[in-house]
Design a protein around this ligand. Structure first.
Ligand code: SAH
Length: 294
């Protein structure tokens, strides 16, 4: 089961009340959404968007057992289209919008989509596997070395990006690189051993996932459109898991604040307590920012 990150903190800031309407842009397993639905009973509604069709099916199935069906609208789609999606449901006034970037535990451990360097899986990494778009394998096997190095550097903030890209190109000349363990082997050959802290493949896997899913563009468009959709007094909350996301959220909130559109409610990002991190190590890098529409 996925443990929702910064749940109490997000609820405190979003402050859902009976009858309120919310959009959860990254509904996943519904951890945050179901907590919001409880607080907005009896008639508040939540649209839960997720780009992963398998995730959406699983959630629809598990939500059947709960008495929230007509209040919980689970939608397969990209939150970068939040405007169109909310129009389909005639969803105003809109009191709050939540983004919880990153991945769910199911995606990482069970989806077989190649998100985890700890499992042996095809190098896919698409959140939306219903569309025939670029995969991690197609990037690795067909992009020029410099472009691969650039995304590993920019989206992974990996200092050995050039060495890794070079080793990828050497390896793919022998045969196509198709699985996570082959890529991990390449990274291990490319970088010096004995690094402290995170696994040597972490940054490269993050970079590929961001590139495959155009994550940073989506974050920018999603948050910007969310701010426009909110009713006056409504709040937008965003939970980021790495500095590239957090920087964008911070920037957009700042612009909103200086143009008189937003009031920033979190001067500094809210981070998980030691207790939360102990219970859920995945929370360790989380940062929550919240702003209110003026
Ligand atoms: N808050 C959720 C967990 C979210 S995990 C819970 O408590 O259960 C992040 C989710 O965001 C994943 O399911 C992923 O598929 C989804 N996601 C990532 N990018 C997305 C996008 N651009 N549009 C919609 N969903 C996205």
């Amino acid at each position: 089961m996925h443990i929702p990150v910064l749940l109490n903190e997000a609820l405190q800031y979003l402050d859902p009340k009976p009858g309120d309407n919310f959009i959860d842009c990254t509904v996943g397993e519904g951890g945050h959404a179901l907590a919001i639905l409880k607080m907005t009973a009896p008639d508040g509604r939540v649209i839960g968007i997720d780009r992963d069709a398998d995730m959406v099916l699983r959630l629809k199935e598990s939500a059947k057992a709960l008495a929230v069906n007509d209040r919980f609208l689970v939608h397969h789609g990209n939150f970068s289209e939040i405007g169109d999606i909310s129009n389909q449901y005639d969803f105003s006034p809109l009191h709050g919008i939540l983004f919880d970037f990153g991945m769910s535990s199911w995606q990482l451990e069970e989806s077989r989509a190649g998100f985890s360097f700890r499992n042996i899986e095809p190098l896919d990494m698409r959140f939306d596997r219903t569309r025939d778009t670029e995969t991690a394998a197609s990037i690795i096997n067909s992009w020029p070395e410099e472009s691969i190095a650039r995304i590993i550097y920019e989206f992974g903030e990996e200092r050995y990006s050039r060495r890794i890209a070079k080793e990828i190109v050497v390896s793919r000349k022998k045969h196509r690189i198709l699985t996570t363990d082959e890529l991990v082997g390449i990274i291990l050959r490319a970088v010096p051993r004995k690094q402290k802290g995170i696994h040597v493949a972490t940054r490269t896997f993050q970079a590929l996932r961001i590139a495959v899913n155009s994550e940073l563009e989506n974050v920018e468009k999603g948050i910007t459109d969310a701010i426009n959709l909110l009713s006056t007094g409504g709040r937008v909350a965003a939970i980021s898991f790495h500095s590239l996301e957090d920087r964008r959220v911070k920037q957009i909130f700042r612009e909103g604040s200086s143009s008189g559109l937003l009031k920033i409610l979190t001067k500094k990002p809210v981070t998980p307590s030691d207790e939360e991190i102990r219970g859920n190590p995945r929370a360790r890098s989380a940062k929550l920012r919240v702003a209110e529409k003026i």
